[in-house]
Write a new protein. Structure first.
Length: 276
């Protein structure tokens, strides 16, 4: 009986020791458990050092352990950034779209809109003028500006929009010149009018207008030719295309056509010449 008591006593002590040991392990684990902020800082150090694989693992750990924390959302944003840096643009766009859908009111959501637009923008090089990346980049930068006009990313977005529009206008001009050389005048007119109507601030507007004068003159559409010439006269008197337009709407042209608008344009050409 005495031996049995001793056995139970020893067993109890062992259980107590094991229990304390387990509790100590849990306490130690809690003691070394890093906060989401600490983990995020470590991940960002890895980003600075371009250790993207390690950073990605830490961001995923934060999302798993602290999904509702600010660092959890920031980690999702940074995973999108990593895909962008790796030039996995489809993946970065997917991640940014998901963040916009789930966290539309996050304090850094303007950055997410910006990075989504940039992910399209980076794919423009070598693409056709009407390609998806041109259209999507333009649409996304415009959306950012509409939603967050005072964002710190607004200025760069506006500059990139100008680049995109000039890029599209330039490629339309290339196609139009091709049609013009092939004497496909109606197709060329369509392209030049597209540039004028959709990209009115483009540097190609004076040339596009001159080409309208040129084509309309070839087609014998004198009223349309004169209207296009009048726009050049009034708005672009310093342009090289002004002089070329004068060479088309000149004294000889007026003698043949004798329209009131043609006479008015010719007089404006002469008036501007006398000023010089």
């Amino acid at each position: 009986m005495k031996k049995l008591k001793i056995f139970f006593y020893i067993t109890f002590i062992n259980i107590a020791i094991l229990s304390c040991s387990n509790k100590d392990k849990e306490l130690n684990k809690e003691a070394i458990e890093q906060s989401p902020r600490e983990l995020y800082q470590i991940a960002m150090i890895n980003i600075d050092q371009e250790n993207y694989e390690e950073a990605s693992l830490i961001f995923k750990e934060i999302i798993y352990k602290y999904p509702l924390s600010n660092e959890g959302v920031q980690s999702e944003i940074m995973l999108g950034f990593i895909e962008y840096v790796r030039m996995n643009y489809d993946d970065s766009i997917y991640k940014f779209n998901r963040i916009i859908k789930i966290y539309p009111s996050h304090k850094n959501i303007d950055y997410v809109y910006y990075m989504r637009a940039i992910s399209y923008f980076e794919q423009i090089s070598g693409e056709n003028f009407d390609g998806k990346s041109n259209r999507e980049a333009k649409k996304n930068f415009q959306e950012l500006l509409n939603r967050f006009p005072d964002s710190e990313y607004a200025k760069d977005s506006r500059q990139k929009l100008i680049f995109i529009e000039e890029n599209i206008a330039a490629k339309n001009m290339e196609v139009a010149i091709f049609y013009l050389k092939q004497k496909q005048y109606l197709a060329a007119l369509g392209r030049y009018n597209k540039v004028i109507e959709e990209y009115p601030k483009s540097k190609f507007i004076p040339e596009a207008l001159y080409r309208l004068v040129e084509i309309y003159t070839i087609l014998g559409m004198k009223e349309e030719a004169e209207k296009a010439a009048s726009v050049i006269v009034y708005n672009y008197p310093q342009s090289k295309w002004y002089e070329d337009s004068y060479n088309l709407i000149n004294e000889e042209y007026y003698k043949k056509n004798k329209t009131n608008l043609g006479k008015k344009i010719l007089n404006l050409f002469k008036k501007n010449e006398s000023k010089e």
